[in-house]
Write a protein that binds this ligand. Structure first.
Ligand code: IMP
Length: 186
């Protein structure tokens, strides 16, 4: 799904980040990651399903080095747009992270509740390191002090869709990131 769809979709408000801006951003994030993990050959990217699928696919391919990829699924939102604050593992990693350099790959840090829980959960498994890469961060929505090591874009506290992010499971396949019209989620 592309830009034309944003213009014609009554549920969408406006284009926030273009496909090209996302690609450029992930390429430079990949360069930073390559430099920071130089000499560490055991980098494990942990994607958080389902939102991080697109970020993971593009970030991993922008990395000019070996990485492993694994996935976790956790609940944090229902089909609406408000954080429940309740985190539960729906799918755990297949990989033992003990002694590994783990980089969590996320779509968006909103309240930070999910990520702070996830970091604590992964830390308890004895990894060498745990860092976070997130395409989007909403500084005004954050409720937890959380260090996001690699941030693509800081965005306003609005509900956004596209590039993996959904509203009621729709719009994940939109190539860009757009805001949802106010009357849809209020
Ligand atoms: P947090 O726990 O509030 O930081 O939110 C974590 C999860 O909520 C993200 O990984 C997303 O799956 C979802 N989420 C938060 N904000 C948005 C948004 O604007 N659009 C779609 N999903 C969102």
């Amino acid at each position: 799904m592309d830009l034309q769809r944003v213009e014609n979709d009554v549920d969408l408000d406006q284009l926030l980040i273009t496909e090209d801006e996302i690609a450029t951003c992930l390429r430079s994030m990949a360069k930073e990651i390559e430099a920071d993990y130089a000499g560490k050959d055991d980098l494990l990217l942990v994607g958080v399903l389902k939102g991080a699928v697109m970020v993971m696919a593009d970030l991993a391919r922008a990395l000019d080095r070996h990485v492993e990829m694994d996935w976790m699924a956790v609940t944090s939102y229902g089909s609406g747009t408000k954080s429940s604050g309740v985190v539960r593992i729906l799918k755990d990693l297949d990989t033992d992270v003990a002694g590994r350099n783990v980089l969590i790959v996320e779509d968006v840090v909103d309240t930070g509740l999910t990520l702070s829980w996830l970091v604590a959960n992964l830390q308890s498994r004895g990894p060498a390191s745990v860092r976070i890469a997130a395409l989007l961060r909403k500084p005004d929505a954050m409720q937890m002090e959380i260090d996001v090591d690699y941030v693509g874009f800081d965005i306003p506290n609005a509900f956004v869709v596209g590039y993996g992010l959904d509203y009621g499971e729709k719009y994940r396949n939109l190539r860009c990131i757009a805001t949802l019209a106010g009357d849809v989620h209020d």
